[in-house]
Design a protein around this ligand. Structure first.
Ligand SMILES: Nc1ncnc2c1ncn2[C@@H]1O[C@H](COP(=O)(O)OP(=O)(O)OP(=O)(O)O)[C@@H](O)[C@H]1O
Ligand SMILES: [Mg+2]
Length: 257
């Protein structure tokens, strides 16, 4: 089976900071991959290189086995890849419905925004997500951080993507909202949407993930199947994993394929 996403030997510098060093990543169709590591390990950067938000210095990105050169997140969106950024970019002074459909407001006769349809569809997406935003007419800046995050997730899902990348989605969420998000991820998986979730909460990753990959100071230092690993083992890799651990895992995965 061809991975839906494959990143090969990705390198990225920010001035003197070597943020990514020869990182490999693959994601299979319908798979949920956890991406973990300490602060500054390079998790967000790796995903931004994937979506085209950042340009890589070296390496390859393949979608469905074909090399790509995304110059902006719009390019990856066109291929069905959505990312909910850690610092989710919403327009505070617009309402929930407008934010979900930002940049692609439904039009009638190609001229006017069809407001009725837009708000009805926004309501529908939020209901599917079980998000209790009181109203789609509420200004986003009046919502709590957690609810704003839910709006960003609703927006991403409304594109019906094949791949969704969540960057720290549960950081601002309550216990209940986290449960709902994990349910949503499981439901998306049933619809064969592949997902990558960056999180510091290993419990969340072990609840929904198929596999987990560990980054440390810009290098991959481990890759484990959830079913045959433990939070303790992954924590150990986060603290003291080495690039050799990742290499061995990669060879094992290739051997199994
Ligand atoms: N736009 C940028 N300009 C300069 N340096 C950057 C930029 N983005 C990331 N970096 C640097 O790259 C390194 C990796 O950062 P990144 O945000 O990818 O880490 P992370 O693993 O997502 O961390 P966290 O868990 O804190 O979100 C850090 O040293 C960071 O300071
Ligand atoms: Mg980050």
């Amino acid at each position: 089976m061809t991975p839906i996403i494959e990143m090969r030997r990705i390198d990225k510098h920010f001035g003197a900071v070597h943020a990514l060093r020869g990182v490999n990543l693959h994601l299979m169709p319908g798979e949920i991959l956890g991406l973990v590591g300490d602060n500054s390990a390079g998790k967000s950067t790796l995903m931004k290189v994937l979506t085209g938000a950042y340009q890589r210095d070296a390496g390859e990105v393949l979608i469905d086995g074909k090399t790509t050169h995304f110059t902006s997140p719009q390019d990856s969106r066109d291929l069905g890849i959505e990312m909910i950024y850690q610092d989710f970019a919403l327009c505070g002074n617009m309402d929930v419905g407008q934010n979900i459909f930002l940049g692609r407001w439904p039009r009638r006769a190609g001229l006017f925004v069809n407001r009725t349809r837009m708000y009805a569809e926004a309501q529908d997406v939020l209901m599917r997500l079980k998000v209790d935003v009181n109203s789609v007419f509420q200004k986003v800046e009046s919502l709590s951080g957690g609810r704003q995050q839910s709006v960003a997730i609703a927006r991403a899902i409304s594109f019906s993507p094949r791949v969704i990348i969540f960057d720290e989605p549960t950081a601002n969420l309550s216990v209940m909202a986290t449960e709902r998000l994990l349910e949503t991820m499981a439901e998306l998986k049933r619809q064969e949407v592949a997902q990558i979730i960056i999180s510091h909460r290993l419990t969340d990753i072990f609840a929904v993930g198929d596999r987990v990959m560990v980054l440390k100071r810009g290098q991959a230092v481990g890759d484990r199947y959830i079913r045959s690993s433990s939070e303790r083992e992954v924590l150990e890799l986060i603290i003291s994993g080495t690039p050799d651990d990742a290499l061995t895992a990669e060879q094992a995965l290739q051997g199994a394929a």
